[in-house]
Design a protein around this ligand. Structure first.
Ligand SMILES: C[S@@+](CC[C@H](N)C(=O)[O-])C[C@H]1O[C@@H](n2cnc3c(N)ncnc32)[C@H](O)[C@@H]1O
Length: 249
C-alpha cells in the first residue's frame, strides 16, 4: 500500500464533487490527446474524476486507475464513462498483467506520492505496464519555479457555482517546507446559501529534476523529452513544470 494517505479532498464525495469546478486551464489534456494519437491502449494513473480518460476513450482502450472511491464514483457517472475500464487501486502496487501504448499521470498526480519509496513504486508500475514502444508522460511542479508556494485565503478566494448548492466561496491555504519539499495545503468551500464550510487538507511532494532523472533511470525508464510546460516548451531550470516524456530504457 502507498505510504501516502489519500486526502478527503478525493475520498469524501462532498469534497470530491468540487474538484472539476475549480477554474483551471487544462493544457495537459491537449498534449496527452496528441500523444495518444497512435496509441491503441492508454493507462491513466490517478485518473481522478476521469475527464481525460473519458476523452481519450474514443477509438482506443482506456484503463483508468484511482484508489479514491469518491473520485471514481464521479468518473463512473460521466455520460461517456462506459467506454473506460475503471479500476479502484493504488498506483504503487497496481499490476494489471498487461501493457499499454501510453501511460499518463496528469494534474500532478505524481506529487501525491510523498516518499522516495512511493515514487520508486509508481515508476516501477509504469515500467511494468509499458509496451515495448509505449510512452509515458507525467507532470510535477518544479520546486525551482519562482512562483509563490505560500498562499492564504485572501490571495486565493474566488467564487464558483456548484450545480446543486449554487454560489460557493472557495479558497486554499498552503505552506511549503523547502527542506522536505512537502507542500501542505487545505481547500475550503463555503456554501453561500447555508453558510456551511467544507474543508480538507492534503500534502504533495516537490522533486528537483535531477532527483527525478535518477529515479526514472533506476526504474528502467528513459526520458526522450523534458518539457517545462504542457505547451511543449523544453524544460529550463526555472520552468513552472517538470514533464518527462519517455519510454522503457
Ligand atoms: C490532483 S488529482 C489529479 C486527478 C486527475 N489526474 C486530473 O488530472 O485531474 C490526484 C489524484 O491522485 C489520486 N491518488 C492519490 N493517491 C493515489 C495512489 N496511491 N495511486 C493512484 N492515484 C492516487 C487521488 O485520489 C486523485 O484523484
Amino acid at each position: 500500500m502507498s505510504e501516502s494517505p489519500i486526502s478527503d479532498l478525493y475520498q469524501d464525495l462532498a469534497l470530491a464533487e468540487f474538484y472539476d469546478l475549480a477554474p483551471r486551464p487544462r493544457p495537459d489534456f491537449a498534449y496527452c490527446t496528441t500523444l495518444a494519437a497512435n496509441a491503441r491502449s492508454v493507462l491513466d494513473l490517478g485518473c481522478g474524476t476521469g475527464v481525460l480518460a473519458a476523452a481519450l476513450a474514443a477509438g482506443r482502450q482506456v484503463t483508468a486507475v484511482d484508489p479514491a472511491a469518491a473520485m471514481l464514483r464521479l468518473a463512473q457517472t460521466r455520460a461517456d464513462a462506459e467506454a473506460v475500464t475503471w479500476v479502484q487501486a493504488d498506483a504503487t502496487t497496481l499490476r494489471l498483467g498487461r501493457r499499454f501504448d501510453l501511460i499518463v499521470l496528469t494534474g500532478h498526480s505524481f506529487q501525491v506520492f510523498l516518499t522516495r519509496a512511493a515514487q520508486r513504486a509508481v515508476l516501477a508500475t509504469i515500467a511494468a505496464h509499458l509496451a515495448p514502444a509505449g510512452r509515458f508522460v507525467f507532470d510535477t511542479r518544479n520546486p525551482a519555479f519562482a512562483g509563490a508556494k505560500e498562499r492564504n485565503r485572501a490571495e486565493t478566494e474566488h467564487q464558483i457555482t456548484h450545480p446543486v448548492h449554487g454560489p460557493v466561496d472557495a479558497w486554499n491555504i498552503s505552506h511549503y517546507d523547502p527542506a522536505s519539499g512537502i507542500l501542505s495545503f487545505s481547500n475550503s468551500y463555503r456554501i453561500t446559501a447555508t453558510g456551511e464550510t467544507r474543508s480538507a487538507s492534503a500534502r504533495i511532494l516537490y522533486t528537483p529534476r535531477e532527483v527525478l532523472e535518477g529515479l526514472i533511470r533506476e526504474a528502467g525508464l528513459s526520458v526522450e523529452h523534458w518539457l517545462g510546460n504542457w505547451s511543449g516548451a523544453a524544460f529550463a531550470p526555472r520552468s513552472r513544470e517538470i514533464i518527462p516524456v519517455g519510454r522503457l530504457a
